[in-house]
Design a protein around this ligand. Sequence first.
Ligand code: NAD
Ligand code: DAU
Length: 335
Amino acid sequence: MPGLQSVLVTGGAGFIGSAFVRHVVEHTPAHVTVLDKLTYAASPAALADLPSERVDLVEGDVADPEVVEPLVAEHGTVVHLAAESHNDNSLDDPEPFIRTNVVGTYVLLEAVRKADARLHHVSTDEVYGDLALDDPKRFTEDTPYRPSSPYSAAKAGSDHLVRAWVRSFGVRATISNCSNNYGPWQHVEKFIPRQITEVLEGRRPRVYGNGRQVRDWIHTDDHSSALLAILERGRIGETYLVGADGERTNLEIVRSLLRIMGRPEHDYELVADRAGHDQRYAIESGKLRLELGWQPRYADLEQGLADTVAWYTEHREWWAPQKAATEAAYAAKGM
Ligand code: NAD
Ligand code: DAU
């Protein structure tokens, strides 16, 4: 596509969305409009230091056509990240996941169709379900969909809608499915920030079940560079898997964090398991690397974790207000 001039980013006040907005401001001349409902997961503070002439924030619901249609028509290019994103919450109350992730994507697709806009849809590797711990395979673009949780089923539904709108209506869209992100500004409900902030508050990390589950970690800056590469150079109608070869068991991550934070490596607690807990995710990202020349910059996960520990240590005023309520909700479930 010709140089990016203007882009609408849904969910741009969230963890990955705000990292992507920073990346666009740094690497392109484009003006960015963020459409975000500002749910509990949003962090407008993550956008506060960006130049106001480059970034606007519109508070609104991606499932509301009256808000979405004029914004899509005005911008012509959309990157869609708005979603309810936490598996544990989807087990407690699936309704907002269906509304935002499925209905929201439908409303956006209709607006994109009417405006003949370009869409990049941001999705997750969880749509493929899980791999067995002893399975040497990794997910590819051809892996069948087999989601496990209300969150991943809703994301899978949104991916299917995008593909149907490409095929039936000729909508110009791409899809990416990325593995687990880490980095600054991630809500303390998620695994890595939860454990770092537990240690910073003088408590022990809390590991679900036996801790042998595997996640494939990628720094959110590397996800952002992949999203921009796909938006600018990806082939319409194609799907790209995004991952940085960061497979670790949950126990390995917790031990690394404890080491970085100067605590004994066995100083964690095993707590109640997540219902339907996916065992292993692993991404084969050769298509993205070969076709678009993308490479992750954070090759060293230990260094990325150390940077993330340093960031949470320095940003207590940001996470502290979320922390007590998040832990109270977990405690009520024995997690
Ligand atoms: P997040 O929960 O940190 O942020 C989501 C953002 O969407 C928030 O700012 C929230 O206010 C906004 N939002 C929620 N409902 C909305 C609505 N109805 N209308 C407008 N905005 C709404 O999530 P995240 O981790 O940054 O994930 C962003 C996207 O990336 C999601 O689509 C998620 O499925 C996908 N993804 C996440 C990961 C990960 O590891 N976190 C990995 C792969 C893909
Ligand atoms: O794979 C991509 C997905 O990664 C994204 O689509 C989701 O939006 C994102 O939340 C993430 O999903 P997970 O369920 O893998 O992430 P979460 O941080 O919730 O948990 C990571 C692993 O750590 C998982 O095996 C559950 C475990 N866990 C989690 C928490 C919060 C613990 O052991 N203890 C905890 O306290």
